[in-house]
Ligand binder design. Structure first.
Ligand code: HEC
Length: 119
């Protein structure tokens, strides 16, 4: 009887420690963000918010296209793309606003920090 009780306790404690490990793993998965790349993250942001003007060829007075990886990379490096999407005044892109949600702006900033990778 005593032995059965001990085995029961052992099983319960093993079960508990397992479920705690699983919980930690799940939390880590949510916190760790993969490397931001053009194909995985940035292209969708541009397609949804920018190419209505920055198409190929650009329209509505936009000076350049943002339809390819090299277009967007070049605009981050030479046309202040990050400053323009982060602006809090009339210079903000998309032109005429509204400003992009902050999490999307942060993704573009992270993309630059991580080296403007394509894939
Ligand atoms: C409604 C049309 C429109 C949309 C949508 C739009 N833009 Fe623009 N964009 C323009 C126009 C017009 C200009 C040129 C005038 C200016 O610089 O404000 C411009 C200029 C820019 C410039 C400066 C280029 C230079 O060489 O000076 C950047 C960078 C830019 N846009 C990025 C973006 C990004 C990124 C998006 C999407 C988040 C976006 N734009 C959405 C119309 C637009």
């Amino acid at each position: 009887m005593k032995r059965t009780y001990l085995i029961y306790l052992l099983i319960v404690s093993v079960f508990y420690s397992c479920s705690y490990v699983n919980e930690d793993d799940l939390t880590e998965d949510v916190v760790i963000v993969d490397l931001v790349t053009y194909e995985a993250n940035i292209k969708t942001i541009m397609d949804t918010n920018c190419i209505s003007c920055h198409n190929s060829p650009p329209i509505n007075g936009a000076p350049m296209s943002l339809t390819t990886f090299s277009d967007v990379k070049n605009s981050v490096e030479n046309r202040n793309l990050i400053e323009r999407i982060s602006a809090n005044d009339a210079s903000v892109m998309p032109a005429g606003g509204p400003r992009l949600p902050q999490n999307l702006i942060d993704l573009v900033i992270q993309w630059e920090t991580e080296g403007l990778e394509e894939n």
